[in-house]
Design a protein around this ligand. Structure first.
Ligand SMILES: [Zn+2]
Length: 110
C-alpha cells in the first residue's frame, strides 16, 4: 500500500474544479456590494465577504462555485479590484420578495 493510499487522500486531479452539477440557483457575494440575503433578513455585508459566504453555506446550503477577483471602474477612470464569490445551491429556499415602497410625495420627479 502506498503512503498516499494509506492517508486516505488519493488525488484525482479534479480537486480544484468546483462541481456545479445540479445547481439550480446561483448568487454572488462581492466586496463591493452590501445587500440583504435573498432568503432571509441577514445582511450580506461588503466588509466581510467570508461571513457572507459562511451565511449562504450554513443557513441555506449553498456551496462555493468560484472565488476570484472582479475589476470594475473606480469612477475616475481607474481600475478597482473587488473580491467576488459565486455560490450555488441545489435546493434553494424561497426567495423573499422585497418591495420598495415610496411614501406619497416622494415621487420620481421625471
Ligand atoms: Zn439568508
Amino acid at each position: 500500500m502506498s503512503a498516499l493510499a494509506a492517508s486516505g487522500s488519493v488525488r484525482t486531479g479534479r480537486e480544484g474544479i468546483m462541481n456545479s452539477e445540479n445547481v439550480v440557483r446561483v448568487t454572488k457575494v462581492s466586496s463591493n456590494e452590501s445587500r440583504g440575503c435573498e432568503h432571509c433578513d441577514f445582511s450580506i455585508d461588503n466588509e466581510s465577504v467570508s461571513a457572507s459566504i459562511n451565511h449562504y453555506i450554513a443557513a441555506h446550503h449553498y456551496r462555493i462555485l468560484h472565488v476570484g477577483t472582479e475589476t470594475i471602474g473606480d469612477g475616475n477612470g481607474g481600475p478597482w479590484h473587488t473580491t467576488v464569490a459565486i455560490l450555488g445551491c441545489d435546493d434553494p429556499p424561497k426567495v423573499l420578495e422585497r418591495k420598495i415602497a415610496f411614501p406619497p410625495g416622494l415621487v420620481d420627479p421625471e
